[in-house]
Design a protein around this ligand. Structure first.
Ligand SMILES: [Fe+2]
Length: 339
């Protein structure tokens, strides 16, 4: 029986690797975006600006204030990296989403367990970099190394998780290698940024054998529901308990919180439920709220399911909203550690 010794869930926004003075570069994309998701409704950019005007978000947009917020978030990441080094797990299960990095519209599985021996983390090619929205490529070092690195997967554990979760009623997709990115659509090749952020910032590129669990949180119409994600996490947790190994396992959830329109009330309530292990709250959140980047909170919900009953205690390290515009766009960030 494997032993889960560590859990971590954290935001992975490019903003944490973008100088605060340049956060505004992303506003060009905000202005062009015809559908801003906020509290279950959809707004145009002018509507969003008008809606959020009374909050006075403007006062948080000075470079000084943005710097303070980015430093708070990055300090939490640094703390998590040191906890990780201290705990020294043998094996990891990383739960993240794909954002047109591996899967595009020819086939987009809702839930994939990767059991390949090699996990490449690659910088974007030049043609991919030019396709990215303004201000994204700038932050590449946050999730991709300057030259391709091949990290170790864990075929044996991956296969075990596939067999066990299928037997448990989850018809997961499986994958053993990461193909060359789609020439017209993909922004990068190799592991999605949700995984790259953990490799770079928590593991310092010294990646341990691990199984990437890749969810389609982002793209309609087949995103798994919060309830399904939690149950899938529980099934992974049961499979880990049944794994005939004395390995010490770490479980990661990567992404979130609310973005690209920040809703701090959502973030705070979500974090409280995560820390309390309140599965009823987590699985009862209105699905309309899990749109765009906020959908990545489902990686956290899955992680919470894996960790249910693992005997670890959750600690909230930080919650900080990194606003880039008066419309409240940016990324709501959160950092939780289970030990
Ligand atoms: Fe993301």
């Amino acid at each position: 029986m494997a032993n889960i010794v560590l859990g971590m869930a954290l935001s992975h926004t490019p903003q944490l690797h973008t100088p605060p003075a340049k956060w505004r570069l992303r506003i060009a994309a905000d202005e062009k975006n015809p559908a801003h998701h906020f509290r279950g409704n959809i707004y145009t950019w002018p509507q969003l600006l008008a809606l959020r005007e009374p909050e006075g978000i403007e006062r948080w947009l000075s470079v000084e204030e943005k710097t303070v917020r980015m430093e708070r978030a990055n300090a939490a990441v640094t703390r998590m990296a040191s906890v990780y080094r201290e705990v020294k797990p043998d094996v990891a299960v990383i739960i993240g989403n794909d954002q047109h990095e591996l899967f595009v519209e020819d086939i987009m599985p809702a839930m994939t367990i990767y059991w390949g021996a090699e996990v490449p983390n690659c910088p974007a090619r030049e043609d991919q970099a030019v396709r990215m929205p303004a201000g994204i490529h700038l932050a590449e070092a946050g999730h991709a190394p300057p030259r391709t690195l091949i990290h170790p997967g864990h075929p044996q554990l991956g296969l075990h998780l596939i067999k066990k979760t299928v037997a448990d009623g989850f018809d997961v997709a499986h994958s053993q290698w990461m193909r060359e990115a789609d020439q017209k659509i993909s922004f990068s090749t190799g592991a999605p940024h949700a995984f790259g952020f953990i490799y770079r910032n928590i593991m310092d590129d010294l990646v341990i054998p691990h199984v990437p669990v890749i969810l389609n949180t982002f793209y309609p119409p087949n995103q798994p529901t919060a309830h399904r994600c939690y149950e899938f996490g529980r099934a992974i947790g049961r499979a880990l308990k049944a794994w005939d190994s004395d390995a010490r396992v770490a479980v990661f959830g990567s992404g979130g919180l609310s973005h690209f329109v920040i809703d701090e009330l959502f973030d705070i309530a979500f974090l409280n439920a995560i820390v309390a292990g309140d599965s009823e709250y987590l699985t009862g959140i209105d699905e309309r709220l899990f749109q765009a980047g906020t959908s990545e909170c489902k990686n956290w919900i899955t992680t919470a399911g894996v960790l249910e009953g693992a005997g670890l205690k959750a600690e909230l390290l930080e919650q900080v909203a990194c606003y880039r515009s008066a419309g409240g766009t940016g990324t709501g960030t959160g950092f939780v550690c289970w030990r």
